[in-house]
Ligand binder design. Structure first.
Ligand code: AMP
Length: 211
């Protein structure tokens, strides 16, 4: 099972990726989580990418593709994987296609911009493992604490209102063209994410079973 999750920030890609990973026993590759970990640890890659994340801009394609290529080469990806937040541009999609990933599906999780602003305001993430929660729609078992690793939940700095607006603009300009890229390739499955997390999960499940 090889799945690419496409969709604007706040569509619920991270949450659905975690559920799919558990269900199919395959890893999630989240470029956002990987870069945030590098920033947190202050590595050279983190120092190079911090400003892009803070400003809601995309990290350059070459940096992203180098990270993803080495991650996909790890043995745990042999049985499949979920790509969350990659590709974000047409050149990234083309670079992935050149890597001969085999057969994959693209789930395009769509949600209106106004709803995104509501959702991202309540988003919380684990500072350590990157698991995603929402104060109302997907709360942790204990407030402020990650279910998986017990670490503290934080608000992502790029979830600030002005940065969200910038990220949405970047999404429409640079990432949305991927919808027709994958539609033309016959790989696209559209999922409307307007209800609860469970409803979106059920819609994804049905779509993957039909496939
Ligand atoms: P995300 O957690 O997927 O919302 O990503 C957070 C931030 O990481 C984005 O706003 C970008 O700055 C950076 N980023 C993550 N994935 C990519 C990608 N595939 N291409 C470029 N930048 C990315």
């Amino acid at each position: 099972m090889k799945i690419i999750l496409l969709g604007p920030p706040g569509a619920g890609k991270g949450t659905q990726a975690e559920l799919l990973a558990e269900r199919y026993g395959i890893p999630t590759i989240s470029t956002g989580n990987m870069i945030r970990a590098e920033v947190r640890e202050g590595t050279p890659l983190g120092q190079k990418t911090k400003q892009y994340i803070d400003e809601g801009q995309l990290v350059p394609d070459e940096i992203i593709m180098a990270i993803v290529e080495s991650r996909l080469a790890k043995p745990d990806c042999e049985g499949g994987f979920i790509l969350d937040g990659i590709p974000r541009t047409i050149p990234q999609a083309q670079a992935l296609d050149e890597m001969d990933l085999g057969d994959y599906v693209v789930l395009n999780i769509s949600v209106a911009d106004e709803e995104i602003l509501n959702r991202l305001g309540g988003r919380r993430v684990c500072g350590k493992c990157g698991a995603t929660y929402h104060v109302t729609f997907n709360p942790p078992k204990t407030e402020g604490v990650c279910n998986t690793c017990g670490d503290a939940l934080i608000i992502r700095p790029d979830d600030a209102k002005e940065t969200i607006q910038k990220r949405l603009e970047v999404y429409h300009a640079q990432t949305e063209p991927l919808v027709s890229y994958y539609e033309k390739a016959g790989k696209l499955i559209n999922i409307l994410s307007e209800g609860s997390v469970e409803e979106t999960t059920a819609a994804i499940q049905t779509a993957l079973e039909v496939k």
